[in-house]
Every structure is written in structure tokens, then in C-alpha cells.
Write a protein that binds this ligand. Structure first.
Ligand SMILES: N[C@@H](CCC(=O)N[C@@H](CS)C(=O)NCC(=O)O)C(=O)O
Length: 197
């Protein structure tokens, strides 16, 4: 989001631990990442960061009111929900866990997300490959970690959702994300995310 908005900030990467990280607790108000400090503002929580970035770069949300309401709704739905998917299919950019993590609850989350992708693409996505068309915006950024889960676990989704996932994967910032993850030292890897049975 910060990069989409072109903010001039330095990035500090803190390796996650098996439990809560003392370093993250010390540095951030809620003891969680992401956390943004920019030009006197301290912003925590991904959705608040999205809104902050969109104040600086309004094109992060669609310009049209109805589309913008839709974008905010799906971003908020993503932010507040899909707990079963998050638990069953943790985000890991460096592994293939094809077919794992499927249970009735995670499959229900996947079906709802597929519906979100399909409806949004059909209604607003005509002029490009992303949820609201040509611009990779805040809603796409909010769903990018879900897309990564879908790719890693080869989640069963529609052709439209698969195509959208590939478009997100092909975006320059997402590719950079994967490339940088691949360069992380093995010591940063956590067993609980590396060896799913
Ligand atoms: N609702 C928060 C969730 C933040 C969150 O859960 N962050 C996790 C990583 S994804 C974290 O910071 N965990 C602390 C730790 O592992 O020490 C947001 O969207 O920003």
C-alpha cells in the first residue's frame, strides 16, 4: 500500500517468532505488524494504513462512489473475517501445499472469496485484470495475502478467480514480495508454517 502510494519510508523487517515477538511489541502500539510511521503520523492496522495511503494517493480506491463503496466493503470483509481460511492455510510464499488445508469452514471461506472476486471483476473490472479494472488498488492489496494462500494451497476456485490470482501474482510489487521472501534466511522460517501435514 505504501509503495502504491509512493510514500518515502524506510522498511524495517522484523522476523516473526513462534509466539508474540518482543521486538514488535516494543516498537508498535498494538504489538502487531504492519505499522507505519510517516511524516509525524503513526498508523497501525492494515486497513487504517490503506486509508492513510489513500488520502495521499486517492486512486488507491475507485474514483466512482458506488464502486468505492464496494471496494471498501470487500476490503473490510477481508480484514474482519475468513478466520477459518487463515488458520487452515497460513500464508507462505515459498512452499507448495497443494490440496492441503481443506475443511468445511475453510472451503466456505474460499467459496465466499471466489464470489467476491467473480462479482467484483464482472461488475467493475472490464478495463483491466484487477478487481476494479486497470489499477491495482487498495482492495487488491488487501486481498493479495489471500491470493498467495490460494496459490500455495491450490485452493479450488473458479476460472475467473484463478485468472485474477494470476494477475495479482504477476504484479510487479507482488513479484518483488515473492522474490524477497525467497531470499530470507532459513533461520527465519517457522516450523508451524513450513511442515503442514
Ligand atoms: N488486524 C491486524 C492484524 C495484524 C496481525 O495479526 N499481525 C500479525 C502478523 S500477520 C503480528 O503482528 N503478529 C505479531 C507477532 O507475530 O509477534 C491488521 O490487519 O493489521
Amino acid at each position: 500500500m505504501v509503495k502504491l502510494a509512493g510514500l518515502d519510508v524506510a522498511e524495517k523487517v522484523i522476523p516473526l517468532q513462534a509466539g508474540p515477538s518482543p521486538e514488535i511489541r516494543q516498537l508498535t502500539p498494538a504489538g502487531l505488524v504492519p505499522f507505519l510511521e510517516h511524516d509525524g503520523a503513526r498508523v497501525w492496522d492494515s486497513l487504517a494504513i490503506a486509508e492513510y495511503c489513500a488520502e495521499i494517493a486517492p486512486a488507491l480506491w475507485p474514483a466512482e462512489r458506488v464502486a468505492r463503496a464496494h471496494a471498501r466493503s470487500i476490503a473490510a470483509e477481508m480484514h474482519a473475517g475468513f478466520r477459518a481460511l487463515r488458520l487452515a492455510m497460513p500464508m507462505n510464499l515459498g512452499r507448495s501445499f497443494a490440496g492441503l488445508g481443506r475443511n468445511p469452514e475453510s472451503l466456505a471461506d474460499i467459496a465466499r472469496i471466489d464470489q467476491i472476486f467473480s462479482e467484483t471483476r464482472a461488475r467493475y473490472g472490464a478495463d483491466g485484470p484487477f478487481l476494479f479494472g486497470a489499477v491495482f488498488g487498495a482492495a487488491d492489496a488487501m486481498f493479495a495475502p489471500v491470493v498467495a494462500r490460494f496459490i500455495t494451497f491450490e485452493a479450488p476456485v473458479s476460472v475467473v478467480a484463478q485468472a485474477y490470482c494470476q494477475s495479482v501474482r504477476g504484479h510487479g510489487l507482488v513479484s518483488e514480495w515473492y522474490d524477497r521472501a525467497a531470499q530470507e534466511p532459513p533461520a527465519w522460517q517457522l516450523d508451524k508454517y513450513e511442515s503442514l501435514a
